[in-house]
Design a binder for this molecule. Structure first.
Ligand SMILES: Cc1cc2nc3c(=O)[nH]c(=O)nc-3n(C[C@H](O)[C@H](O)[C@H](O)COP(=O)(O)OP(=O)(O)OC[C@H]3O[C@@H](n4cnc5c(N)ncnc54)[C@H](O)[C@@H]3O)c2cc1C
Length: 287
């Protein structure tokens, strides 16, 4: 039996791997700790045709109560090498710690990352951002493994990113690692601490959620402000609730099911559309 097959698990509850705390069992579950692990996982996927899903920290996903009838590959490729202003990091490394450690070294570009509870791979995939900064800005290149098993270094210039959008959302494969190029700024650590303080004050940080549920309709109009204006803060469906602190956060206030969250999403969308004629697109990915 191959190392992949001996480490292949089944029946893992996805709620334990998502910041929402929601989700039934995965038929197959595998933790990839190296590039080789991911290559082996894709080889298995090709030979079995089992559907797969690449999971980081599950901080931008809503899983179904019924689980996932396929293979969940959890990216745990976690390393970090820093040399001057260049940082080479595994796609499974913590994005929040990356932001904290680079800022502490007086390197600017990823201060906003501190407090975003995802992996580096998830942040690049989503082009995560906050406080006017986003992941792609200081990205230099990535190493990408296609589903067919080809590894390729792709430079930022070859990729087009936009608000919470990356080309990887349309590609089949997995991010393995990334290089960021940061610039020196003695104030980076102070900025990072201020951003984190503001985040803790304005977001329901201790609650179970997947961060902002909806994309902002435009640069000047936040989804949170729209939902708030429609009087929806605190509104509940089952055990899912619109946060009282930040209206774009839907939280699992107890034993919420994926059906509760989906019904709340529809309620919010309908009310916002009725009052403003604006349709809110999802930022969170529903599996
Ligand atoms: C409290 C809280 C605060 C948040 N604040 C912010 C914020 O300020 N700004 C912001 O942008 N987001 C924020 N988020 C959302 C979330 O943390 C980010 O989108 C994060 O980048 C997702 O990373 P992840 O590893 O958890 O990805 P996951 O949720 O695990 O996956 C998200 C998507 O990325 C794909 N993916 C993950 N890793 C890889 C990989 N290696 N290769 C290919 N595809 C991959 C998955 O298949 C999935 O489609 C917040 C979430 C929470 C819970």
């Amino acid at each position: 039996m191959s190392s992949f097959e001996t480490r292949l698990q089944s029946g893992k509850r996805l709620g334990d791997y998502s910041t929402f705390g929601i989700g039934g069992p995965a038929r197959y579950f595998f933790e990839a700790r190296s590039f080789r692990d991911l290559e082996d996982a894709f080889a298995w996927v090709r030979s079995t045709s089992v559907p797969y899903f690449i999971l980081g920290k599950g901080s931008n996903c809503l899983f179904d109560d019924l689980g996932f009838d396929g293979l969940v590959i959890r990216n745990k490729i976690d390393f970090c090498e820093m040399e001057d202003q260049r940082v080479h990091v595994g796609a499974g490394a913590s994005f929040s710690l990356l932001g904290k450690h680079t800022a502490r070294r007086g390197l600017s570009g990823l201060e906003f990352a501190c407090g975003i509870p995802g992996t580096v791979g998830g942040a690049i995939f989503m082009n995560a951002g906050a406080n006017g900064q986003e992941t792609s800005t200081c990205l230099h290149d990535v190493l990408f493994l296609s589903e067919s098993g080809d590894q390729r270094k792709i430079f930022k210039e070859e990729l087009s990113f936009a608000y919470r959008t990356s080309p990887f959302q349309k590609l089949r494969g997995a991010l393995l690692s990334a290089c960021f190029f940061l610039h020196r700024a003695p104030e980076a650590h102070g900025t990072q601490k201020l951003i984190l303080k503001k985040r803790i004050e304005t977001q329901p940080y201790q609650e179970k959620s997947a961060g902002c549920m909806f994309r902002n309709p435009s640069r000047d109009l936040s989804a949170g402000a729209l939902i708030d204006r429609c009087g929806l803060k605190g509104v509940k469906v089952g055990n899912a609730q619109v946060s009282e602190l930040h209206a774009n956060f839907l939280i699992n206030s107890g034993r919420a099911t994926s059906a509760d969250v989906k019904a709340l999403i529809e309620l919010v969308r309908t009310r916002v559309y009725e009052k403003t004629q604006i349709f809110l697109d999802l930022e969170v990915r529903i599996l």
